[in-house]
Design a protein around this ligand. Structure first.
Ligand SMILES: C[S@@+](CC[C@H](N)C(=O)[O-])C[C@H]1O[C@@H](n2cnc3c(N)ncnc32)[C@H](O)[C@@H]1O
Length: 282
């Protein structure tokens, strides 16, 4: 007989369940999960168990490791587990540095088609901010035929990034003049949402990519890589491996930006530090 679950019921995760799942997540996605994350993992996966009509974590994990579970449940599980907090113009000094130092440097080196990667782009605010900054620079100082790649592990956030629709509270950090240039108001008065203008959207491609992949072979080389507030979820050896793989995809003289709380101190990487969180490929 099927056990019926009430929405108020919380399905409990044992320490053994947590160990199995957290080890799997760490090994495949790099995301470190100390035991203090058990309540978080338990609560984020409640919906997955409900949707699969599974009443214990033991059964959920057994199912996840079956061939069928691997093909249909792995992606929703990962989507539920990732933390996707982001906003437009986050850590805004990076964008100032980009337009005042990086872009003039690239132009002086005759790079007219800069290729930029937002690795761990979440719901798109970071790559769209990059597009706003590059389009403004291009309009003021002459045409840059730029392209941007946004990648993330979570297919949910990538879908939202492709949709490019944001509520009004999400756009408060975008300067008013920039909003006027690059945001389209919704036609409906009730729906207080905006959409990124096609001129920016057509510059950006989104793709799923796990930074834990052995190498990022199919990707082109980049002049600028933003990988911000992603490394914090990894342990130090994983961070160093990821930074080296990102550096391998940078053109010589290209720039890597990491988040303000992230550091490459004591890592063996082919990069020189030019600001606390900005690096240049040697
Ligand atoms: C906190 S968000 C940062 C978004 C943006 N870069 C920023 O700074 O605002 C971190 C993103 O990293 C992604 N992520 C975590 N582990 C990843 C992995 N192994 N490969 C690719 N992306 C990953 C998450 O899905 C999430 O969207």
């Amino acid at each position: 007989m099927e056990t019926r679950l009430l929405h108020a019921d919380v399905i409990k995760m044992t320490e053994a369940d947590f160990k199995k799942l957290s080890e799997y997540i760490y090994e495949h996605y790099g995301i470190k999960m100390p035991i203090t994350k058990k309540p978080l993992l338990e609560s984020r996966l409640q919906k997955r168990l409900r949707e699969n009509r599974i009443t214990s974590f033991k059964h959920y994990i057994d199912y996840l490791f079956t061939p069928h579970g691997q093909s249909v449940e792995l992606i929703p599980m990962v989507n539920a587990v990732t933390t996707n907090k982001t906003n437009f113009f986050r850590e805004s000094d990076h964008f100032t540095f980009l337009s005042e130092v990086v872009l003039p440097d690239l132009v002086s080196r005759k790079v007219t088609a800069p290729n930029i990667w937002s690795a761990g782009c979440s719901t798109g605010e970071e790559p769209y901010t990059l597009a706003m900054v590059l389009s403004d620079y291009s309009a003021a100082r002459g045409g840059l035929n730029y392209s941007i790649l946004g990648t993330d592990l979570s297919t949910d956030v990538l879908q939202r990034a492709v949709n490019a629709v944001y509520t009004e509270d999400m756009i408060v950090e975008i300067p008013l003049a920039v909003r006027r240039r690059y945001l389209l108001q919704s036609k409906s008065r009730e729906a207080k949402v905006v959409k990124i203008a096609p001129a920016l959207r057509e510059r950006i491609t989104f793709q799923r990519l796990n930074l834990m992949d052995d190498h990022y072979g199919t990707l082109p080389d980049f002049h600028v890589v933003f990988c911000r507030n992603v490394l914090i979820y990894f342990d130090r050896p994983t961070q160093e491996r990821v930074i080296n793989k990102l550096a391998a995809k940078l053109e010589r003289g290209g720039y890597l930006f990491v988040g303000h709380s992230e550091s490459l101190t004591q890592m063996q990487v082919p990069l020189r530090q030019i600001r606390p969180t900005i690096f240049q490929k040697l």
